[in-house]
Design a protein around this ligand. Structure first.
Ligand code: SAM
Length: 229
């Protein structure tokens, strides 16, 4: 009888390399091969835990092509781990199309989650907001539809959470300051789990002033939470 393949979707740290579960480490040690969004990024984690494994790249561009390679290997009974650069695969990261392909084309393979860190849940845990329900937007569009989107955020009654890169952060804060009224809170969770972890909270104008009235260049990774009204 042919052995069933196994695909483990493994969450990895979002900064601090100690934030990895015992089960994730065991999967990384026991699997036949690790497919990673960027093999250089995962190499640092593997070196920290003295794990040596064959590595293959599977990023957003190669996801579909590499998915068929993964399926061939699963059909041969291999145990494959997939990791993105940070946090949980499939959350503003590749992984979803891989899982969908395996589910469709290799239905006997086991697909399992090895849960762990995500900037989304880490931010919620430290924001100190009473979040009963929320909308997660991932990364906001770069150009088209931004104005409409910020209007929708302003009109939204529920908490709205999005990811922001350092390059676009001030642009998004400016848009929030121009569209939200002063009763609405904005919480910025920066560099979570890293040395410069911080949480800045205020209305949109106050948060905008905080980040712009400094001579230092704004750096880091951000989760932005617009409070409910
Ligand atoms: N898959 C990841 C997860 O589960 O959170 C998200 C990956 S996405 C490509 C990267 C974005 O997540 C960053 O631009 C930032 O908005 C957010 N992020 C990741 N790590 C973070 C951290 N340590 N602190 C704050 N935000 C972070």
């Amino acid at each position: 009888m042919r052995a069933m393949g196994r695909l483990s979707i493994v969450a990895t740290p979002i900064g601090n390399l100690e934030d990895i579960t015992l089960r994730a480490l065991r999967m990384l040690k026991e699997c036949d091969v690790i497919y990673a969004e960027d093999t250089r990024v995962i190499s640092k984690l593997l070196a920290r835990y003295e794990i040596q494994k064959p590595l293959q790249r599977l990023d957003a561009i190669t996801e579909m092509k590499k998915a068929s390679e993964v399926i061939t290997r699963l059909e041969a009974g291999e145990h494959i781990v997939y990791v993105s650069d940070a946090g949980t695969p499939g959350i503003s990261d590749p992984g979803a199309r891989l899982v969908a392909s395996v589910r469709e084309l290799s239905s006997e393979s086991i697909i399992e989650t090895i849960p762990g860190p995500s900037a989304l849940t880490a931010a919620i845990s430290i924001a100190g907001l009473n979040i009963t329900d929320f909308i997660f937007l991932g990364f906001l569009p770069h150009k088209k539809g931004r104005q409409t989107l910020f209007k929708e955020i302003a009109d939204e009654k529920r908490t709205v959470i999005f990811y922001e890169s350092p390059h676009r952060f001030i642009k998004s804060l400016t848009a929030l300051a121009n569209s939200l009224d002063e009763t609405r809170t904005v919480t910025v969770c920066r560099e979570l789990t890293k040395i410069h972890e911080s949480v800045i909270k205020g209305n949109a104008k106050e948060v905008f002033d905080y980040f712009t009235q400094t001579s230092e260049e704004v750096r880091g990774e951000f989760v932005v939470i617009v409070g409910s009204c």
